[in-house]
Design a protein around this ligand. Structure first.
Ligand SMILES: O=c1ccn([C@@H]2O[C@H](COP(=O)(O)O)[C@@H](O)[C@H]2O)c(=O)[nH]1
Length: 276
């Protein structure tokens, strides 16, 4: 983030983007798309974030394409966040952890997005394997979609004194804070907090500074967030934010120079908003 600016570029091969790039909507098409992004931006951005869903659409060959994109990013020295939002009961979570966080697994990136909505404790196998292999997690906390609020803003019952109960989002952030306590410069259990969430962190009592971990902020570009939204949503936690844009950058492709220009512009905007 210090070297390239606090921007992650998502690799989301939507059918419409494949068409615009002159690629077929097939496993070969998504592979080509991902490899072109990595070739253009590898070594030039803080991280890339392949969206697993767009690869899974194409079955086993799509997953093989994701493996190739992850390998190419590793070869380019660019960090990868696999956006698969995995979450299940602990015994099954162990298998997801093995797939996405084990050394030598072809689907392992440098970090994985996970869903804590089966209970934060159900993520323990992923937390343990990520720590053991030097990888990171991004735990869904306040997501960029408006529907997320009905779950994430919900609060437990007021106490006997009538004080508001804790929000779901604040409880998730507090769990991450415990895991990151004392880590320097920060721990490896990050949160997903959308750049679009406005004052949701304050409204839900979610302490983003205490998390002491990176905050992945999707929603920049196509979902409408820009510099203003980034600078207001994160308050004193803004220096730990990794802004994320997929379609906003990818729309500039397939020309490599245009992709680099779009990524640099987004990174410059994120730097101005988050590092001032
Ligand atoms: O809260 C969240 C969590 C994840 N995402 C993912 O990020 C990208 C956003 O794509 P854009 O084209 O920049 O809108 C996509 O893969 C989402 O699944 C998110 O948007 N919000």
């Amino acid at each position: 983030m210090d070297e390239h600016g606090p921007l992650c570029v998502g690799i989301d091969p939507h059918a419409s983007l494949l068409e615009a790039w002159g690629l077929p909507d097939t496993a070969a098409g998504v592979r080509d798309f991902g490899l072109r992004v990595v070739e253009a931006l590898g070594g030039k951005v803080a991280a890339v974030k392949p969206q697993a869903a767009f690869f899974e659409r194409h079955g086993s060959r799509g997953l093989a394409a994701l493996e190739d994109v992850l390998a190419a990013s590793a070869a380019a020295g660019t960090l990868t966040i696999v956006d698969a939002k995995r979450g299940d009961i602990g015994s099954t979570m162990g298998a997801y952890a093995d797939a996405y966080l084990r050394d030598g697994s072809p689907l392992a990136g440098d970090a994985l997005t996970v869903s804590p909505y089966l209970g934060f404790g159900s993520l323990a196998p992923a937390v343990e394997l990520a720590a053991a292999t030097g990888r990171g997690l991004f735990v869904l906390c306040l997501t960029s979609n408006k529907e997320g609020a009905e779950v994430q803003h919900a609060r437990s019952l007021p106490d006997a004194g009538g004080h508001l109960g804790a929000s779901v989002a604040s409880v998730m952030a507090a769990h991450a804070a415990v895991l990151n306590a004392g880590a320097e410069p920060m721990g490896s259990v990050g949160l997903v907090v959308g750049a679009t969430v406005g004052d949701a962190a304050r409204a839900t009592g979610t302490d983003l500074v205490a998390v002491n971990g990176p905050l992945l902020a999707p929603g920049v570009g196509a979902q409408g967030a820009g510099a203003r939204e980034l600078s207001t949503a994160f308050g004193d936690a803004r220096r730990t934010v990794l802004a994320s844009s997929s379609r906003g950058v990818l729309a500039a492709g397939p020309d490599a120079e245009s992709l680099v220009r779009a990524a640099r512009a987004a990174a410059t905007e994120a730097t101005a908003a988050l590092r001032s």
